[in-house]
Structure formats: C-alpha cells, structure tokens
Design a protein around this ligand. Structure first.
Ligand code: 6PG
Length: 240
C-alpha cells in the first residue's frame, strides 16, 4: 500500500490521472487491454476531465474497457447517475469503443440488474481470472466506499461480484461491486479530498478521531497494489 498526499484536490487529480494513464499503458503493453471500474460521486470528476483533456492523447483509449464500481439505481441520464457524471466528464470526449463501455443495467428490479451486471463483468474478466486492472474508489465521510455502507448486508458478500445494496441517503437503492471483486483487482486507487473525509481516513488507518466503522478499510487487494491519493486536508488526522 502507498499513500500519496497532495497539497490540494487539483494536484491530487493531476497526479492520479498521470498514474492512471501510465497504468493503462502498462496493462495494454502486458495484456493488450485495460479494464477499469469507475468511481462515482464528485471527487473523481476532475480526474476524469484531466484524462479527457491534458493527457487524452497519452492513452490508447481503443484498448480501454470501463465498468462502474457502483451506481445509483436511477436512469443513466438522471442527474445523480454515476454513469452520467462520467459520460459528461470523460466518455463523450475520448475515443473509447462503444462496446467497451459497460454501464450498470437499470431496468426495474435492482437484484436482477445486479445479477445481470455480475454476469457481464464475470464474462468480461474471464481472460484475467476475474481481476480488474484498476478499481477507482472514493471514500464517504461515513467510511463507506463504492456503495458498501456501514451496516450494509452487502458487506458480508463473499462470492458474488456485484450485489444490490441499500444506501442511507438518496438514491437509496444502489448496485455495487463487492469486496471479493474489488480485492481481486491488480490495482486499487482511492481518491480522497477535503477535510470532511479526515475522520473516515483516521478510521481506515486506525488513528484517533475516526468514525466508528469504515467499510473502506476492508479494501485490501491480496495480490494487487493499493494507492491512497489524498489531499492534505483529508490526511490531517494521519500525522504524516
Ligand atoms: C457514490 C460513490 C461513493 C462516493 C463517496 C464519496 O455513488 O456516491 O460511489 O462511494 O465515492 O460517497 O463521494 P464524493 O466524492 O462525492 O465525496
């Protein structure tokens, strides 16, 4: 595991974007493609913009495959859709191949949608033994990541790749990668910015002043690299 602390969110986003680009190039060199689980929420938006602009031409986009680490169970054009955020910040601005973009199915039944998405991802990852090249994650101020919230039944999932999961805030129905799926990844990048994330980070790293429970601490990719990209405000409790 490694920690990369930046003075601010812009620097964090730039450093992480360069690392994502290098990781994509390496994966393509080694295996001919790169599979990425996109993070939701607001933090990754700037990273996606940088990938789509400043370093756009440094990435072999035609070899990149995108899934979503979690999704709100709302239409893909809904203002709260993680897919919509990524589409506007990145997908519409780079030459990804349309059949390499795998949005979460949103039909009507979250459990059925989760099962369908799990089947899609499991099939996509057959050549990689179920291992994503990169999982991008955010951190909630309550210690959640993806849609793995404190007290959620999804925290106990040990086999399925994707499950439907409840959220304590709207939209309350989510579809999320599970810990087994995340922890199989070759690389996991957390993107954490702002002071309101400091108590959650303190919990993850076992420091004083942390929130009571932090599911994000269970992201421990057994055979992969874990990198925490954070700004100084979020890292305040870590005494680095
Ligand atoms: C979501 C995200 C969620 C997010 C954290 C941090 O669907 O909301 O997947 O896990 O990463 O809540 O969100 P911010 O980046 O907006 O602080």
């Amino acid at each position: 595991m490694s920690l990369n602390v930046s003075p601010d969110k812009e620097t964090l986003s730039r450093r992480a974007a360069e690392a994502v680009a290098a990781l994509i190039r390496h994966a393509v060199d080694q295996r001919g493609r790169c599979t990425i689980a996109m993070a939701g929420g607001s933090t990754p938006h700037r990273l996606y913009e940088i990938l789509a602009t400043d370093i756009r031409d440094d990435i072999p986009w035609e070899r990149v495959h995108l899934i979503w680490g979690d999704e709100r169970h709302v239409p893909l054009d809904h203002p709260k859709s993680n897919f919509r955020m990524a589409r506007e910040a990145l997908l519409e601005r780079v030459p990804l191949l349309p059949d390499h973009i795998y949005p979460t199915p949103i039909t009507g039944d979250p459990a059925a949608d989760a099962a369908a998405y799990a089947a899609t991802i499991d099939t996509l990852l057959v050549p990689d033994s179920g291992r994503l090249d990169l999982v991008l994650l955010g951190l909630g101020d309550d210690g959640h990541t993806a849609s793995l919230f404190p007290g959620s039944p999804a925290l106990a999932e040990t086999t399925r790749t994707v499950v439907a999961a409840p959220a304590p805030v709207d939209p309350r129905q989510r579809i999320t990668l599970t810990f087994p799926a995340i922890n199989r990844a070759r690389n996991v990048f957390f993107l954490v910015a702002s002071a309101d994330k400091a108590p959650a980070l303190a919990c993850v790293f076992g420091k004083p002043g942390g929130v009571a429970e932090c599911p994000a601490s269970r992201v421990q990719p057994a055979g992969g690299e874990l990198v925490w990209w954070m700004d100084e405000a979020a890292a305040a409790c870590l005494e680095l």
